[in-house]
Each structure stands twice: as structure tokens, then as C-alpha cells.
Design a protein around this ligand. Structure first.
Ligand code: NAP
Length: 253
């Protein structure tokens, strides 16, 4: 755990900061001294808990609510952000949804919703966030190791959506590089969050099987991912851009 306030004076927005990996990221950036916008989709209570936790640790944070699957969501979220903050230093596009449905039967509505939340929202949040980002800022997109290894058939559409996010990351780094803004993605493996609870916590065998996928022999935690994001957000990572960072605990090797 860092005691250094290396993000003092910076403002961050973490989408989906109310739960899971996003909560871990929001709390870590708060501990590093950033003022954090904790975004949620529908669970305001959870977002307020995160703000309280950041405040209890001596930091500063505020909540923002916006469902990200609808057109115009990015604009509405930035309008709300502007009521709380004057400029931005770190945008973490973390909010995302999965879709575990067989290739043969996934429907167009589910496919469209997946791409609306996992691709369209980060694209337009970055587009409109770039105007607010100060030079030297950071955009960090939360991807998945599945964008870099053959996905199981029921995860093809999800992996595709994160693959699009990875291409966006690479190409946007060229657009924003002249302003000293870095754009990177962080790709987790299996992390113990609500989205996995129904199968991961269903049996000891399921947990052990997930742990065995990692070279380190355990399941990832939100803090594992948050610490990698904190590095990418810091000045120490100023020379890293346009790339993805493997945060799978060695699940891909
Ligand atoms: P999670 O526990 O389900 O939390 C998701 C967060 O995103 C919540 O704060 C939720 O807010 C918000 N969110 C979800 N759908 C939204 C929508 N339509 N509109 C607005 N906000 C929405 O997820 P997680 O496991 O922490 O995953 C976070 C990110 O990591 C995702 O991009 C995911 O694809 C990626 N990832 C996760 C894993 C893993 O094993 N967990 C592995 C690789 C990559 P509300 O609760 O208010 O809806």
C-alpha cells in the first residue's frame, strides 16, 4: 500500500467506481491524493460508500450517476462532472459488462448493449474527456486478458468488445500524445468481483480451477488491478503509452 501522495492536486474519474475493480481503483487513486469522481450506473448507495471510504482515508471524492448503455450518456456524464470539478487529469474507463452466451444464440440486443457499454461509452467519454484533460493526463481503459487469448465460445462477443477497446487505446495514443497524454489499457484475468460470484464462489472446485489458471496460483483481487492502474496513472509511467498491460497474474503465459 502506498503512503506517497503522488497524485496530489490531480482529478480522476473512474467509471464503474462504485463496485469491484472500479472501487479498488477509486480508493487507490484517492489514497494517492487524487480527487476522485466515483461513477455508478444504478447503485448510488454503493458509490456513496466508496466516497465515504476515500474520505475516511483522508482523501476527497464525489459521486456521479449515469447509465452508460444509452446514446448521449457520455455527454450527460461530463455535464455532471463539470458541476463538481474544474478539469481532469485521469480518466479510467472501467465500467463494463460481460455477456456469457453461446455463439449460436447470442442475440442482437445483447450484442448491441455489450458494445454500447464496453466500446461506445469509453470512446465518447474519451472524446469529450480529452477537452477537459489537462496536458500530461492519462486515459486508462480496463480491458481483459481474453482480448489476447482465444476466448471460450460463450465469451466471443465480450472479448471482441474489449478487442475494440484495445485498438482504440493504441490509436488514440497517437492522437493525444503531442499533449503529453498517455493512453493505455490494463487487462485483468479472473478477479473476485460480483460479476463472477455466481460461478466462482459456487464451489471450492470452481475457485481452485480459477486460481490454477494464474501462474501465481490464486484468484485476482480488485487491489491487484488497482495497483497496476495507479502505476499507469503516475508520473513514473510517463513513457508508456499506446499499450496494454497484462494484469492477469500470469494467466496468459
Ligand atoms: P462489476 O463488479 O460488475 O462492477 C461493474 C461496475 O460498472 C459497477 O460500478 C457498475 O455500476 C458499473 N456499470 C456496469 N454496467 C453499467 C452500465 N450499463 N452503466 C453504467 N455503469 C455500469 O464489474 P468488475 O468485475 O469490477 O469489472 C470491471 C471492469 O473490469 C469491466 O470493464 C470488466 O469487463 C473488466 N474485467 C473484469 C474481470 C473480472 O474477472 N471481474 C476480468 C477482466 C476484465 P452499478 O453497480 O451502479 O450498475
Amino acid at each position: 500500500m502506498s503512503t506517497l501522495k503522488r497524485l496530489e492536486g490531480r482529478t480522476a474519474l473512474v467509471t464503474g467506481g462504485s463496485r469491484g475493480i472500479g472501487r479498488g481503483i477509486a480508493e487507490r487513486l484517492g489514497r494517492d491524493g487524487a480527487r476522485v469522481g466515483v461513477h455508478y450506473g444504478s447503485n448510488e448507495v454503493a458509490a456513496k460508500e466508496v466516497v465515504a471510504a476515500i474520505a475516511a482515508a483522508g482523501g476527497s471524492a464525489f459521486t456521479l450517476g449515469q447509465e452508460l448503455s444509452a446514446p448521449g450518456a457520455a455527454e450527460a456524464l461530463w455535464e455532471e462532472f463539470d458541476r463538481h470539478a474544474d478539469g481532469l487529469d485521469i480518466l479510467v474507463n472501467n465500467a463494463g459488462i460481460g455477456a456469457s452466451e453461446p455463439f449460436e444464440s447470442i442475440g442482437e440486443d445483447d450484442f448491441d448493449r455489450l458494445f454500447a457499454v464496453n466500446v461506445r461509452a469509453p470512446f465518447f467519454l474519451a472524446q469529450q474527456g480529452a477537452r477537459r484533460l489537462r496536458d500530461g493526463g492519462r486515459i486508462i481503459n480496463i480491458s481483459t486478458g481474453l482480448a489476447h487469448a482465444a476466448a471460450m465460445p460463450e465469451l466471443i462477443a465480450y472479448a471482441m468488445s474489449k478487442g475494440a477497446l484495445e485498438v482504440f487505446t493504441r490509436d488514440l495514443s497517437k492522437t493525444l500524445g503531442p499533449r503529453g497524454i498517455t493512453v493505455n489499457s490494463v487487462a485483468p484475468g479472473i478477479v473476485d468481483t460480483d460479476v463472477n460470484a455466481s460461478w466462482l464462489r459456487a464451489s471450492d472446485e470452481a475457485w481452485a480451477g480459477a486460481a490454477a489458471l494464474s501462474a501465481l496460483g490464486r484468484v485476482g483481487t480488485p487491489q491487484d488491478i488497482a495497483d497496476v492502474v495507479a502505476f499507469v496513472a503516475s508520473d513514473d509511467a510517463r513513457w508508456v503509452t499506446g499499450h496494454w498491460i497484462d494484469a492477469t497474474g500470469g494467466s496468459l503465459s
